[in-house]
Design a protein around this ligand. Sequence first.
Ligand code: NAG
Length: 342
Amino acid sequence: MRRSLAVFLAVTGLIVIFLIHSVYTLLTLLVEDGSADAIHSAEIPAPNSPLIDNMPQYIPKIIHQTYINESVPEIWREAQRTCIDIHEDYEYKMWTDAKSRELIATEYPWFLNTFDNYSQPIQRADAIRYFVLAHFGGVYIDLDDGCNRRLDPLLSYPAWVRRTAPTGISNDAMGSIPQHPFFLTVMQSLPEYDKNWRLPYITVMYSTGPLFLSVIWKKYMSSGANIGDGAGGGRVRILMMDEYNRYPWSFFSHHKGSSWHGKDARLIFWMGSHWMMLTVMGFMLAGVVGFGLWWVWGRMLLLGQRRAKRRDGGSSSVWEKAMGWGWRGGKAGYELTERHPV
Ligand SMILES: *[C@@H]1O[C@H](CO)[C@@H](O)[C@H](O)[C@H]1NC(C)=O
């Protein structure tokens, strides 16, 4: 019995190690708060402060947005206007479906196949924002985010993203210099993460969306590339939640209308806000399943033993033969034997 217990524990252990290994980055993401790279309120001068003119400018003055075509729906037009109106000296690029595909086809043909084959349009909208940031640099802003104040202070970092709840970073507003190593990495990782996870929300989140971006960000940080604040620096700074939506001087304001969240999104949001409880329940469930497997394993051994006993008239250790292995030879050692017909 002791040997079979050892085998059982070894197999279970290997499965657990494999599972933990495959979700390791996701687990570490749960405890990553981004504080080491936070852009603090103290670093950001008040709107119209003369200090802003003294800050270096690395990110080019370009605002990128995406929509299907040029006719942006009424609900987002006001948000769009707030960003355009206070940045009259910025270039404004609206990436329609047609323009997005053209950029990929001419500049990044290696990605065209993946791009065309995404099952959800939002995946293309996610992907194109990483490409335009890596290509032209600038600031990407979701159409449902309005601008409260000029973005100039945020141009003084090589790259920045927004922290999000419950964990990781968001892709709804991001800034970058052209060819920033983080966005190059993000771009290059897209084909590898193009997997179908059955639930559309999970598929979008993990193939192109915020969860994908967060995982790449976590890996980027552990690769040691997250350094350098100057002109060609590799560091990615984090705009913390307080800085972007709590104070009156925050940069962005959220307007209505996430355009694509489905039913499964509500479930995921609920899971996101209860992740601690769900993690504990997951471990409990794993414990119950493990115990159940152990019980079934024990019953199988017992059954085999009984059947073998009935047949062989009860010689010792036959239950081991019935299960396909047993001790052979003397005290010196044991070896795995072939399965005996029962
Ligand atoms: C833009 O796309 C929307 C949504 O698919 C559609 O209703 C509208 O007719 C399109 N506008 C133009 C000018 O093609």
